[in-house]
Design a protein around this ligand. Structure first.
Ligand SMILES: [Zn+2]
Length: 176
């Protein structure tokens, strides 16, 4: 599920100011998160462990890594999601071109890899400047508007989630 926040609302909601734009450049291993995907100290090793096991997650990460003026955050959230939403991405695009995507995933979700991939795919949809509203108005575009709250769902994100779920299952985790 993805939410597009209007620019005016985004400014009102943005109490943290724009993220820092200066990063020291360094070589990043493919299983490490790039500097513009930010997460908590708890989640980082979990996500990087999944990156090592999923080519699709690595591709998503690489696409986000090279996107200009783009910042993605991944956090666990106990915030109330819509009844039919399992996770949420909220995107804010500023006039300057800055794109900020906040991904929230429920804690203790056994579907974490699938949900992470699903929401990271939404981030790439924003990078691709998918026009969710326009596509949702037409038939068979793979984009639908969810019930009344300005959010959207896409076949593309659902497929990415399912693909990563299978990739992770195929590698096993050695602990079960
Ligand atoms: Zn979605």
């Amino acid at each position: 599920m993805t939410v597009v926040v209007s620019a005016a609302l985004a400014l009102a909601l943005s109490t943290f100011g724009p993220p820092p734009v200066a990063f020291t450049s360094r070589v990043i291993a493919s299983h490490q998160l790039p500097p513009n995907i930010r997460t908590t100290d708890d989640l980082r090793p979990i996500i990087e462990g999944l990156l090592a096991r999923s080519a699709t997650l690595r591709q998503q990460s690489a696409r986000i890594a090279v996107a200009k003026q783009t910042y993605v955050s991944v956090t666990l959230s106990v915030a109330q999601l819509a009844w039919d939403a399992r996770a949420r991405s909220t995107a804010r695009r500023y006039k300057s071109g800055l794109l900020v995507v906040d991904i929230e995933i429920p804690p203790a979700s056994g579907d974490f890899p699938e949900l992470l991939a699903h929401e990271l795919e939404h981030a790439t949809e924003f990078i691709d400047r998918i026009d969710f509203k326009k596509l949702a108005r037409a038939n068979n575009t793979g984009v639908v508007q969810c019930s009344g709250d300005g959010s959207f769902e896409t076949v593309r994100a659902q497929q990415a989630g399912r693909t990563v779920k299978i990739e992770i299952e195929m590698t096993g985790n050695g602990r079960r």
